[in-house]
Design a protein around this ligand. Structure first.
Ligand code: CO8
Length: 253
């Protein structure tokens, strides 16, 4: 791997965007490497949480403008589709993704963060959708996910103005769930990942799909799926989870 680093800590996979000379900008090679790592994670029988973070002062400063500028319309659409498909893939995986936002999350970097299940941010993190500065719009589904994450008017305000906003603004709008001192980012993120790994594995595996179902196919579809999954968990670990509670002990999954 040239642009990403991969590390496992217990049941957490940590993927670090490591093109710090270009503030971790996303090019075609980064997407190829990211998809190769997603293949590996999908095959793993022990990874329960994935953390995405960046090396240096940026999480990701967007799509790689140097690579993008020479593209034809067809090539631009293909590149956009690669990013859209990769982030949709992340969203559709059964493993939760935590974005540990260490610095600039701009353009395609914000779109990467939006594909995560929730975000822990350094108090130095900065977000923006600066595409209009380049005569562009987001191309990795940011137009769709930003609206869902922070609401339509907030999204339109930041999409049209390209204003940068900090971790506190992001938290106020619901984009960031926890803000931590910069040097505590990975420690605090790992505490959350480790906590998730103590919970019912089948429940956690099913949870993301149930939430996604309602978000993308409407509340009735989501409620129906919740009912199916809720019932199916009684054939797996739920009996042990409830028994452990009643017996005042830790569940043995
Ligand atoms: N692409 C390529 N290189 C970049 C990028 C980028 N997005 N961002 C930074 N770099 C490079 C700089 O060119 C610079 O390189 P060099 O040292 O060779 O000159 C190096 O990283 C360091 O950057 P700066 O010197 O600019 O660092 P500063 O601390 O002064 O500024 C900023 C940091 C504010 C983050 C600044 O670098 C910046 O504004 N970057 C561009 C941010 C941006 O516009 N991002 C959006 C890109 S468009 C996008 O993401 C659309 C996604 C959908 C694409 C759809 C496919 C077609």
């Amino acid at each position: 791997m040239q642009h990403l680093t991969y590390f496992e800590n217990n049941s957490t996979a940590i993927i670090t965007f490591s093109r710090s000379h270009a503030l971790n900008a996303l090019n075609s090679e980064v997407f190829a490497e990211l998809n190769a790592l997603l293949n590996k994670i999908e095959k793993s029988d022990h990874i329960r949480v994935v953390v995405l973070t960046g090396k240096g002062k940026a999480f990701i400063a967007g799509a790689d403008i140097a690579e993008m500028k020479g593209k034809t319309e067809k090539e631009a659409k293909e590149f956009s589709k690669t990013g859209q498909d990769t982030f949709r893939r992340i969203e559709n995986m059964t493993i939760p993704f935590i974005g540990a936002i260490n610095g600039f999350a701009l353009g395609g970097g914000l779109e990467t963060a939006l594909a995560c299940d929730f975000l822990v941010a350094s108090d130095k993190a900065k977000f923006s959708a600066p595409e209009v500065n380049l005569g562009l719009i987001p191309g990795f589904a940011g137009t769709q996910r930003l609206v869902r994450a922070i609401g339509a008017n907030n999204a339109r305000f930041y999409l049209f103005t390209a204003h940068m906003f900090d971790a506190y603004d992001a938290q106020r709008m619901g984009l960031v769930q926890q803000i931590v001192p910069d040097d505590e980012l990975m420690n605090e993120t790992m505490k959350i990942a480790d906590l998730i790994a103590t919970k019912g594995p089948s429940a956690c595996k099913a949870l993301k799909g149930v939430v996604q179902e309602g978000l993308h196919h409407g509340i009735d579809a989501g409620i129906k799926k919740e009912n199916t999954v809720f019932g199916s968990l009684f054939n797996t670990e739920a009996k042990e989870g409830m028994l452990a509670f009643l017996e005042k002990r830790q569940a043995k999954w």
